[in-house]
Design a binder for this molecule. Structure first.
Ligand SMILES: Cc1ncc(C[n+]2csc(CCOP(=O)(O)OP(=O)(O)O)c2C)c(N)n1
Ligand code: SF4
Ligand SMILES: [Mg+2]
Length: 283
């Protein structure tokens, strides 16, 4: 029987008081406990940033790698051990900026990975430069006249690529976020959740209040309806929908390569006779 306290890391955080990363960590720990998972069944991969510190602050197996590079080692782990629940967690900069190329190929592969993006619409750790999701009209210490590029809409991008699971949530609604995390785990394939996570120190525009005034929960939306999902993904203004925007059951990377099997490599016998034809070449 899983218990919430199993996920508590005995370490102080370096996050600012009031940071949206705290409720995100609580929602994640609660969701994992409610799914009756234990820390040894989960491996979390992160890059660099405030969000990427998560494996230090929650007790699960963790790999904290380079900025933008959380997905590649997660792919390796999931290929080697399909029994492991693999969570990729990182910021909007790490996931959509430095790591943007990896997302698109993971959508194409559709491996069974849960990707939680702490989207605070800013580079938090490096003190407030614009990230790909920073709003067009926002000025920062570096972008003193505002951002010269249009903001990236990750949900619209993922829906456009027909990623097999695309959701949006907000740390200000813990039950909603938990529901999304559970749905992502149940889903077979790559599951992206873009999570609004206010950075109280460096993003003075996209505050808790800003999100609260705009987000609304989806009702009666059929996530398999692609055209409706595109319309909802485009809705990013006075109103922003949260929930499962798009979902499609389709073959995973594993389904396409039956040789990979459904067990961890470590539990598979090496069938030497299957490789004899290769060894023959060296005789
Ligand atoms: C390749 C590379 N580029 C830039 C940096 C510097 N850097 C470290 S964290 C960071 C921003 C992190 O922002 P985000 O991913 O949104 O995470 P947050 O801190 O907001 O949670 C940057 C630019 C780096 N470490 N490596
Ligand atoms: S800088 Fe922003 S994202 Fe980082 S810990 Fe502080 S409030 Fe959170
Ligand atoms: Mg960020």
């Amino acid at each position: 029987m899983a218990e919430l306290k199993n996920f508590e890391a005995d370490r102080e955080t370096a996050w600012c008081p009031g940071c949206g990363n705290f409720p995100l960590r609580t929602a994640l720990s609660e969701a994992l406990t409610e799914m009756d998972l234990n820390p040894e069944q989960i491996t979390m991969f992160t890059g660099i940033g405030q969000a990427a510190k998560m494996p230090h602050y929650i007790k699960v197996n963790g790999f904290n790698g380079l900025h933008g590079r959380s997905l590649p080692p997660a792919v390796g782990m999931k290929l080697a051990n399909p029994e492991m629940t693999v969570i990729v967690e990182s910021g909007d900069g790490c996931s959509y900026g430095e790591g943007g190329n990896h997302i698109l190929h993971n959508i194409r592969r559709n491996l069974d990975i849960i990707h939680l993006v702490h989207d605070n619409q800013i580079y938090g750790l490096t003190k407030g430069q614009a990230s790909p999701t920073t709003g067009y009209d926002i000025k920062t210490d570096v972008q003193t006249h505002g951002i010269n590029a249009e903001p990236f809409n990750p949900v619209r991008f993922a829906v456009g690529m027909k990623a097999s699971f695309v959701a949006r949530s907000f740390v200000g609604d813990r039950e909603h976020l938990k529901e999304m995390i559970k749905a992502a785990r149940q889903h077979r394939g790559y599951a992206l959740i873009d999570i609004f996570q206010p950075c109280v120190s460096f993003n003075k525009v996209n505050t808790y209040q800003w999100y609260k005034e705009r987000v609304y929960k989806l009702k009666d939306h059929d996530p398999s309806d692609y055209e409706a999902a595109v319309r909802l993904a485009d809705e990013f203004g006075d109103k922003i929908p949260i929930g499962i925007i798009y979902k499609e059951e389709k073959p995973t990377f594993r389904d396409r390569i039956p040789f990979l099997g459904d067990r961890a490599l470590v539990n598979r016998k090496v069938e030497v006779q299957d490789m004899e034809y290769l060894l023959d070449e060296f005789k």
